[in-house]
Design a protein around this ligand. Structure first.
Ligand code: ATP
Ligand code: MG
Length: 574
C-alpha cells in the first residue's frame, strides 16, 4: 500500500473540541473525522484497526462456540414493551416512527430481538445451549457524548447472547466467555483487569467488566493483590469494627445552626466516625431513611439494588420536614416512625453515636443500636473508600486505579426469557424458562482506549496485533532507482509473511515522513536512504522502544528482525 494513494489526512493540530488524547490523536492521524456531536466517520486507517480488532474478537467468539448472525438495527416498540425496557431505558433510547406512525427504536443492545428469535425456534433441550453473536452498530443518545468514539452516540459493538437449559450450564459457559474476553484483551495488547460490576440497565444477577487501565478512565476500580477486583460502584465494603464502649444515657444537645456532620462533630469535640448520618430517600415513590456513618457516603447503586427499586432519589425538603418534623440537617433514627429504615453495616457498630434529634437545632448523643433505634434492613450500602480493607482477603488495604470499561459480561438468568416467555421442553417434557447470558464489547471504544493507554508525545504506539500497518517503509527518495529496488524487495518479502506494509512514497521531506509515521504509530519503521545504502544498510526503528533508537542493518537482517518481533507479538509473548 502506498501512502500517496491512501486517504490519510494527517493534521498538525487537533481541533479544539477534541477533549481527550485518544480523540486528538485519532483525528490528527487521519483515522476519524467528526460529523456532529457523538457521530464520527471512520477513514481508511481507522477502519483498518477496527477490522483487526473485530477479527480477533470474531476468532475468540467462534472458538467459544458462537455463531455469527446479523440482527436489524431498528426494533419494533412492542418487543421493548414486553420487557418493560421501552419505559426503563429513558432518553438514551433513540425512538422513531415509520410512515404509518408505528413506533420503533434504534438498537442500543439486542436482548429483546435475539430472545424473540430464540423463542420462536427453540423448543427442546436438545437445541440448547446455543450462542449467537453479531457485530452491529449501536445507538445511544448519551446525555454527554464525549471522548471521541469512546462515548459516542453511534458505535460498533460485538454483542453475544447465550441460551441454556439451566443455571449450571450458564455458569459453565460464562466461565468460557470470561476466558474468551480475557484472550481478547491479551491479544489486543492491553494492560487490563476483569472486575465485578453492577448490572445497570441490562439487568441480571451478576456481571464482570473488562477494564483497560488508564488514568483518563471514567471508572474507578478497587482491587487487591489477592485477586479481588470490582468497579468501585459495586465493591463490597469490609465491615468496620468499632471498639465496644459502655453505653451511656442518651442525651439531647442544643446545636444552634450546626448541621453538617463535620461541624457537629467539631462542636461536640468528637469525630465523624461517631456520627450516624440519616438521609431520606424516595424509592419508587415510598420514603426510606438511610443511615451511614458520618465519614461514609451512601452508594446509591447498592441501595437501589437492595431495595429492588426502579428509581431512587433524595427526598425534597418538604418530604424531609413532613417525615422528621425538622428542617433538613437534623434527621436521625431515634423516634423516627412510619418509615422503613435501612442501616449500613458499620452504623450499627457505633457505640454512643451522635445523630440528628429530628428537632431544629438539636442533636442527640450516646445513641446505641437496638436500645435507642432499630433498622428494618442492615446491609452494605456505602461507597468503598481509601483505607478500606479488602473484603476478600480481609488483610490488605484496597488499592484504586482508573479504568476504561471496554467489555461487560452478564449472567442474565431468566430476566428476559421470563418477560418474553422464552421456554423449552426438558427431558421429561416439562416446560422451563431458558436461562441466558449476554456479553458485550465495544470495538470502537477498544480502539480509543488502546491509544489512551499507549501513546507518547509524538503520537500513537500501536500494539502489533491491531496496528493499521505493522511496518512502514520510508524511502527517503523513492525516485532513486536503487532505493526503489530495495524498498520493493523488503516490501515483497515482508508481504509474503503476511505483514501489512505501508510505503511512504510521498515526495516529502524525511522529517515530515518520520513525524507522520510516529503520529500514526506503526510498530516498525524501515528507512532507506542513499547514504546508508551506500554501505549496504537500512535503518530499523521500533516505535515503542524510543530509547533503543535506530539500528543499522542489512536489508535481510531488518526483514528477519521484523518477522521475529511480529511473530512474538502475535503469540502474545511480547
Ligand atoms: P458505560 O457505563 O460506559 O456507559 P455501559 O455499561 O452502558 O457503558 P454496556 O451496555 O455494557 O455499556 O455496553 C457494552 C460495551 O459497549 C461497553 O463495555 C463499551 O465498550 C461499549 N459502549 C457502551 N456505550 C458506549 C458509547 N456510548 N460509545 C462507545 N462505546 C460504548
Ligand atoms: Mg452507558
Amino acid at each position: 500500500m502506498f501512502f500517496s494513494k491512501m486517504f490519510i489526512p494527517t493534521l498538525r493540530e487537533a481541533p479544539s473540541d477534541a477533549d481527550i488524547v485518544s480523540a486528538k490523536l485519532m483525528i490528527r492521524s487521519g483515522m476519524i473525522r467528526k460529523l456532529a456531536s457523538g457521530l464520527y466517520e471512520f477513514l481508511p486507517l481507522g477502519l483498518r484497526v477496527l477490522r483487526k480488532i473485530e477479527n480477533i474478537i470474531r476468532q475468540e467468539m467462534n472458538a467459544a462456540g458462537g455463531q455469527e448472525v446479523s440482527l436489524p438495527l431498528i426494533f419494533p416498540k412492542d418487543l421493548w414493551l414486553e420487557t418493560g425496557r421501552w419505559n426503563v431505558y429513558g432518553k438514551e433510547l433513540f425512538r422513531l416512527k415509520d410512515r404509518k406512525d408505528a413506533e420503533f427504536c434504534l438498537a442500543p443492545t439486542a436482548e429483546e430481538a435475539v430472545t424473540d428469535l430464540i423463542r420462536k425456534d427453540i423448543k427442546s433441550y436438545k437445541q440448547l445451549p446455543v450462542m449467537l453473536y453479531q457485530f452491529g452498530t449501536k445507538f445511544r443518545d448519551e446525555i454527554r457524548p464525549r471522548f471521541g468514539v469512546m462515548r459516542s452516540r453511534e458505535f460498533l459493538m460485538k454483542d453475544a447472547y447465550s441460551f441454556h437449559a439451566d443455571e449450571v450450564d450458564l455458569e459453565k459457559y460464562y466461565k468460557k466467555m470470561f476466558d474468551a474476553y480475557t484472550n481478547i484483551c491479551v491479544r489486543c495488547g492491553f494492560k487490563f483487569r476483569a472486575v465485578e460490576a453492577s448490572s445497570g440497565a441490562i439487568g441480571g444477577s451478576f456481571s464482570h467488566e473488562f477494564m483497560i487501565l488508564a488514568d483518563t478512565g471514567e471508572e474507578e476500580i478497587a482491587w487487591c493483590d489477592c485477586g479481588y477486583g470490582a468497579n468501585s460502584e459495586k465493591a463490597e465494603c469490609f465491615k468496620n469494627e468499632h471498639p465496644k464502649e459502655k453505653a451511656f444515657s442518651i442525651e439531647e444537645i442544643f446545636t444552634p445552626n450546626v448541621c453538617a456532620v463535620k461541624d457537629v462533630a467539631k462542636f461536640l469535640n468528637s469525630s465523624p466516625k461517631k456520627f450516624v448520618k440519616t438521609m431520606i430517600y424516595i424509592a419508587d415513590e415510598k420514603p426510606v431513611a438511610v443511615l451511614v456513618r458520618g465519614d461514609h457516603e451512601i452508594n446509591e447503586i447498592k441501595l437501589q439494588d437492595l431495595l429492588g427499586a426502579s428509581e431512587i432519589m433524595l427526598a425534597d425538603e418538604r418530604t424531609v420536614i413532613s417525615i422528621t418534623k425538622a428542617p433538613v440537617g437534623f434527621a436521625g433514627p431515634v423516634g423516627l416512625e412510619n418509615i422503613k429504615i435501612v442501616a449500613d453495616l458499620s452504623v450499627i457498630e457505633i457505640s454512643n453515636a451522635i445523630t440528628g434529634a429530628n428537632k431544629k437545632d438539636y442533636h442527640v448523643k450516646n445513641v446505641n443500636y437496638k436500645r435507642d433505634y432499630n433498622a428494618n434492613i442492615i446491609a452494605d450500602i456505602r461507597k468503598v473508600m481509601h483505607g478500606d480493607i479488602c473484603p476478600r482477603c480481609k488483610k490488605e488495604e484496597l488499592r484504586f486505579s482508573r479504568g476504561i470499561e471496554v467489555g461487560h459480561t452478564f449472567k442474565l438468568g431468566t430476566k428476559y426469557s421470563k418477560s418474553m416467555n422464552a421456554t423449552y421442553l426438558d427431558t421429561n417434557g416439562k416446560e422451563n424458562l431458558i436461562v441466558m447470558g449476554c456479553y458485550g464489547i465495544g470495538v470502537t471504544r477498544i480502539l480509543a482506549a488502546t491509544i489512551e493507554q499507549s501513546h507518547d508525545d509524538n503520537g500513537i504506539i500501536w500494539p502489533d496485533n491491531i496496528a493499521p500497518f505493522e511496518v512502514i517503509i520510508i524511502p527517503i527518495n523513492y525516485a532513486d532507482e536503487k532505493i526503489k529496488e530495495v524498498t520493493e524487495k523488503i516490501y515483497k518479502e515482508l508481504s509474503l509473511k503476511g505483514l501489512d506494509i505501508l510505503i511512504d512514497d510521498r515526495d516529502e521531506r524525511a522529517g515530515i515522513k518520520f513525524k507522520d509515521a510516529d503520529l500514526i504509530g506503526i510498530p516498525y519503521r524501515i528507512t532507506i536512504g542513499e547514504k546508508n545504502l551506500a554501505n549496504g544498510n537500512v535503518e530499523l526503528k521500533a516505535r515503542r522502544d524510543e530509547k533503543d533508537g535506530v539500528k543499522l542493518l542489512k536489508p535481510e537482517e531488518a526483514i528477519s528482525e521484523v518477522i521475529i518481533a511480529s511473530q512474538l507479538a502475535n503469540d502474545g509473548q511480547d
